[in-house]
Write a protein that binds this ligand. Structure first.
Ligand SMILES: Cc1ncc(COP(=O)(O)O)c(C=O)c1O
Length: 394
């Protein structure tokens, strides 16, 4: 029997998910409708935030968060260089400047000690900490270091279901202004494409809702007099664009899938943690390999988005391309997370960044490889992947 290819990550879809989407297909709403509202309530309840605003992608969620925070030309936002480019791009979309910083070697997250805040020569208006691979950033410490005036937008795209060291659920925004999730198929739950912002701030929530739909306001309390007939009756056809917005709406098809997936979040997380523990034990003594984040207590409450290996390719005598090809030959996918943002020509040119300014991210980039980790992996898949990896390293 030919074994199906095992990618580094993929969605886990069951019959309940399929039925949920089919039900929407038979309903009156395909675009944003009642399922989006239900998904938002369920998500807000799950993470313990007052509001969740569902949008078309994690990237859209980041973009709108920056806009709602009022970021624009001349503003500076702190971004870890070790992230997907979308985190930095969100600031660039608004005309603001991403100030890239290095991460801590043990967590691969930013912290008040991973970079020198005093070396930033312009006032910092925002910070976009990333819970890298789902491992929670200590947002309280970051808040204390940055002060109350800096807007903190958590990039929690890897961290749905994770908790911080004080037991705050990621997305509850206990010490931040907003948190952003992605529901791309490799993430903890999926809606195909999709994302969401959570916040406890009523004003930010209504601004985010307005921005995701062309800047159109529907709240009667905020509409101009043109919305009403002379006798005060609300004109039923009326809508009003009060600012520049986008079409970043999530569809009901996506939200129905999201609701069905959210109900399985705990199961997804425990399977991710089970596979991670198995790998940690199996690879513990592998020559030329270190396992980032594996020694931390936080690992047990991480979202476990990726399984990262840190490989000394020189000592191994094989380069990364060769190792990836060897894995591919036996039907195993792997990936590099990430090419640091400062190495991308667009951002490098904008910020005049130098590789030597980011020693931890550089070291990580030189050695990292992500191997398959997703809940639908069977025990047989996990053993197959581990066995082949061990063979390559022996
Ligand atoms: C850290 C991080 N931020 C943002 C995004 C963007 O999410 P999306 O693909 O849903 O736009 C991703 C997606 O890979 C991500 O990993």
């Amino acid at each position: 029997m030919i074994r199906p290819f095992i990618g580094y990550g993929r969605q886990s879809i069951d019959d309940a998910d399929i039925v949920a989407v089919i039900d929407v297909l038979k309903s009156d709403y395909l675009t944003q409708g009642p399922a989006v509202e239900q998904f938002e309530v369920a998500l807000a309840n799950r993470v313990g935030a007052r509001h969740a605003i569902a949008v078309s992608s994690g990237t859209a969620a980041l973009h709108l968060s920056c806009l709602a925070a009022g970021l624009g030309p001349g503003d500076v936002g702190i971004v870890p260089t070790l992230t997907f480019v979308a985190t930095a791009n969100a600031l660039s979309y608004c005309g603001a400047t991403p100030h890239l910083v290095d991460v801590d070697a043990d967590t691969l997250n930013i912290s008040p000690t991973s970079f020198d805040i005093t070396a930033i020569d312009k006032p910092v208006k925002a910070a976009l900490p990333v819970h890298f691979s789902g491992l929670p950033v200590n947002i309280r410490q970051l808040r204390e270091a940055l002060g109350e005036d800096v807007v903190i937008i958590e990039d929690a795209c890897h961290a749905l279901g994770a908790e911080d060291i004080e037991g705050n659920i990621i997305g509850s925004c206990s010490h931040s202004d907003m948190a952003v999730f992605s529901f791309h198929p490799v993430k903890t739950i999926t809606t195909g494409e999709g994302g969401a912002i959570t916040t406890n701030d009523d004003k930010l929530a209504s601004e985010l809702r307005r921005l995701r739909s062309h800047g159109i306001e529907r709240d009667t309390e905020r509409l101009s007099d043109d919305a009403f007939d002379n006798d005060g009756t609300l004109r039923p056809w009326y809508y009003e664009q009060q600012g520049l917005g986008y079409n970043y709406r999530m569809t009901d098809l996506q939200a129905a899938l999201g609701l069905s997936q959210l109900a399985k979040l705990d199961g997804f997380l425990s399977r991710r943690r089970e596979i991670t523990s198995y790998y940690d034990m199996y690879f513990e003594d592998l020559a030329h390999v270190k396992l980032p984040q594996s020694q931390l207590i936080l690992r047990s409450i991480s979202g476990q988005h990726l399984y990262l290996m840190s490989i000394d390719f020189d000592a191994l005598g094989k380069n990364r391309t060769h190792v990836m090809q060897k894995l591919r030959d036996v039907g195993i996918g792997s990936q590099v997370h990430y090419i640091p943002v400062h190495r991308h020509p667009y951002h490098c040119a904008m910020g005049e960044f130098k590789n030597e300014d980011f020693p931890v991210a550089e070291q990580h980039y030189a050695s990292t490889l992500s191997i398959p980790l997703f809940p639908a992996m069977t025990d047989g898949d996990v053993e197959y992947v581990s066995g082949h990896i061990k063979k390559i390293f022996q």
